[in-house]
Write a protein that binds this ligand. Structure first.
Ligand code: AKB
Length: 338
């Protein structure tokens, strides 16, 4: 029997690094990746087949479909929020049309192999849009169905893809109930800002947190592009990767939603600066607010309610604010730049 295959799109990005490690350690599936750039050597050696190309290339997807029996997809490829504001049409193409192509691909894979393809989609707090700072302060932990009025192209793309993913999943559930062959088993984790010690973020608006830490560790000055009182939820990358793996292997019957909030800690930019300056005493971090990026983070919730994820698939982050810095970020980043 052929070994089942997992496909990871956008595999060279921040989440892809940790995810490839996690999947390679499990070793239960051959790993096939697609990214527009070559993977770096540390992860390339852990994958069975590396494809360099675009998820918008239909012929490429068709070739993969003919070659492999893919039963799990992590669709990570996306342009992040700040970058998407500069190139909204390109963002729509990659974030929406790319996702639609992948959902169709998953549906055809499911049909041809007679079993559902689990489709894991990382959404974002950018799917929210709180109307004012007052409302943000009073909202408390925001649940999945509140304030879904995104203000950015990326946020609109993420929310819409959650909805079309749910549309494909509905088809799957109906067909499964009628005992036809399964199709797309869409599952989505709505992420806060992710902070990785291993890779640098590119084009996000939550990037001020990782940029602050990496700049301090490199001994460079940093101008933080948001106000000191800015507050959004964050998560250490190992918890982000574990969340995707846990969601992928959760029994279908326990999942009462298709999109789940996940969060870990919710510091202000000042809290992050304080902990970074304590760890790197020479660090020079100034406040240099960029109005456009500030408006984006002001529209994102200060914290999220992730009780549904905890209840339905046992989400439980290992790193709170203190542990994330003292046991993961500071030691790993120190080593990286030593
Ligand atoms: C971004 O800032 O665009 C991302 C996100 C919060 O989804 N990190």
């Amino acid at each position: 029997m052929r070994k089942p295959v997992v496909l990871i799109t956008g595999a060279g990005g921040e989440i892809g690094h940790g995810l490839i490690d996690g999947l390679a350690q499990r070793g239960d599936r051959a790993i096939v990746t697609i990214d527009i750039s070559r993977l770096d050597d540390t992860i390339a050696k852990k994958v069975d087949r590396e494809v360099t190309g675009s998820i918008l290339d239909r012929a490429l997807l068709e070739r993969l479909m003919a070659e492999y029996e893919i039963d799990l997809i992590f669709h990570l490829a996306a342009l992040l929020s700040t970058r998407s504001e500069f190139t909204p049409v390109a963002a729509h193409q990659v974030n929406v049309e790319g996702t639609l192509s992948l959902l169709e691909f998953a549906q055809h894979e499911g049909e041809s192999h007679g079993r559902p393809v689990v489709f894991i989609y990382p959404s974002s707090i950018a799917a929210y849009g709180l109307p004012s700072l007052d409302e943000k302060q009073n909202a408390g932990k925001v649940s999945e169905d509140q304030y879904l009025h995104p203000t950015t192209m990326y946020g609109c793309n993420k929310l819409y893809c959650e909805l079309i993913g749910t549309y494909y999943a509905r088809n799957y559930k109906q067909l499964a109930a009628e005992s036809h062959s399964g199709r797309v088993d869409f599952r989505c984790a709505r992420f806060p800002g992710l902070i990785s010690a291993l890779t640098l973020p590119a084009g996000g608006t939550s990037d001020y947190a990782p940029e602050m830490i990496h700049a301090a560790a490199r001994g460079e000055n940093y101008g933080c592009f948001v106000r000191s009182d800015t507050q959004i939820p964050f998560m250490a990358m190992p918890d982000g990767v574990d969340a995707l793996l846990a969601l992928a292997s959760a029994p279908r019957d326990g999942l009462q939603r298709t999109a789940y909030n996940v969060g870990a800690f919710s510091p202000t930019a000042e809290d992050i600066r304080n902990v970074v300056v304590k760890a790197f005493p020479g660090a020079e971090i100034a406040w240099a607010t960029d109005d456009k990026r500030q408006r984006i983070v002001d529209s994102w919730p200060a914290d999220v309610d992730d009780n549904a994820a905890r209840r339905d698939w046992g989400f439980s982050p290992r790193y709170d604010f203190h542990r994330a810095f003292s046991e993961y970020l500071i030691p790993t980043i120190r080593k990286r730049y030593a």
